[in-house]
Design a protein around this ligand. Structure first.
Ligand code: NAD
Length: 318
């Protein structure tokens, strides 16, 4: 298996593996998983050089953090950079108040079995009041950082406009964007120079567009418009007919951009982790990429609404 590559995460001084581990499947988000298999995934990821792990109390309603904590027991703390989140506790349950997020960090530390996390992120801030995030939540997390329980502070969400606005008004170490830098949607690209200029580290998630860019296809709950689902399925079939796997192309494409420090892939299968690390090192098929991008062109950069109406972004079609 090839050797892992690393990039700097903004101004944090952290050097993160370009491919990283998203722990949401440990909470059985995509399918019911065997806890032991989840633990093995974390160990295999670390053995293969992945050093960045992302979780949240929301995933599996705290189960993902608990399983991850079990996996990290006995692993030397300096072997991994750990990120988790605050503020989202259910499908429709959000609380970004200073009191709740401060308590939330302690709860996460206890489930994860660690003294500190490297990165604490406000989870899906488009569902909150951005003025509260700027004026109350982020300052509260900075106070938590002074206690040593967290090192850096970030924000996550779907609409890109939230990142532009919040990083302009408050010091933020990282943003985590998902489904916005993949074969069907590269709109994150436009924001990268601004984020770089503000010293904000960029984490991108869901290079397989939460299952759209897989041979298995998207899960039933996938929020993308039908036209996007259909075109992605068409592109997947096109790859299969060529003897290729769209997930491989999607992963390689996402990892190419050097302005993105790390790309999170979620899986509860050891085989998928091994495949993803192997694919990282193999050459990208440029011709297949051109053909797949052409199939996806009619739905390029189409996203879906998420969060409060005032936080939706205008639909970009270019
Ligand atoms: P993803 O695009 O990585 O897709 C995951 C799906 O692809 C899973 O069903 C997985 O089994 C499958 N898969 C993985 N490798 C594969 C392979 N080689 N072949 C075929 N299928 C494969 O999306 P994701 O899991 O949603 O995102 C990764 C992580 O990013 C999450 O676990 C989470 O940590 C983070 N994330 C955060 C937010 C947020 O903060 N709002 C949102 C989305 C994702």
């Amino acid at each position: 298996m090839g050797s892992m590559k690393f990039r700097s995460l903004g101004q944090t001084g952290l050097s993160v593996s370009i491919l990283s581990y998203g722990a949401s499947p440990l909470g059985s988000v995509f399918r019911d998983i065997d806890e032991n298999e989840g633990v093995s995934c974390v160990h295999r990821a670390l053995d293969l050089g992945i050093n960045f792990i992302d979780c949240s109390p929301f995933y599996g309603l705290t189960r993902a953090e608990t399983v991850l904590g079990r996996a990290l027991q006995g692993v030397a703390r300096e072997r991994y950079i750990l990120a988790t989140k605050v503020g989202r506790y259910g499908e429709d349950e959000f609380d970004f108040s200073a009191a709740r997020v401060t308590k939330s960090v302690d709860e996460s530390l206890s489930r994860l079995g660690v003294d500190y996390v490297d990165l604490i992120q406000c989870h899906d801030i488009e569902f909150g009041d951005l003025d509260q995030i700027i004026g109350e939540t982020l300052p509260a997390l900075r106070r938590v950082a002074e206690s040593g329980k967290v090192r850096f502070v970030g924000i996550t969400g779907l609409p890109l406009s939230i990142f532009e606005r919040v990083t302009a008004q408050a010091p933020v170490d990282t943003i985590l964007s998902y489904c916005r830098y993949s074969l069907n949607d590269t709109s994150l690209e436009k924001l990268l120079p601004t984020l770089h200029g503000r010293g904000v580290g960029v984490i991108s998630a869901s290079p397989l567009s939460m299952g759209l860019l897989t041979q298995r296809g998207a899960p039933d709950w996938h929020p993308a418009p039908d036209a996007v689902k259909q075109k992605c399925a068409e592109a997947a079939q096109f790859c299969t007919a060529r003897g290729a796997d769209i997930s491989k192309l999607a992963l390689q494409f996402a990892l190419q951009n050097e302005a993105i420090a790390t790309t999170l892939v979620g899986t509860a299968s050891v085989g998928n982790i091994e495949k993803n690390v192997r694919w990282m090192d193999e050459p990208l098929d440029e011709e297949l990429l051109r053909e797949v991008l052409a199939i996806l062109q009619p739905i390029r950069n189409q996203t879906w609404p998420s969060g409060r109406p005032e936080n939706h972004e205008p639909q970009i079609n270019d």
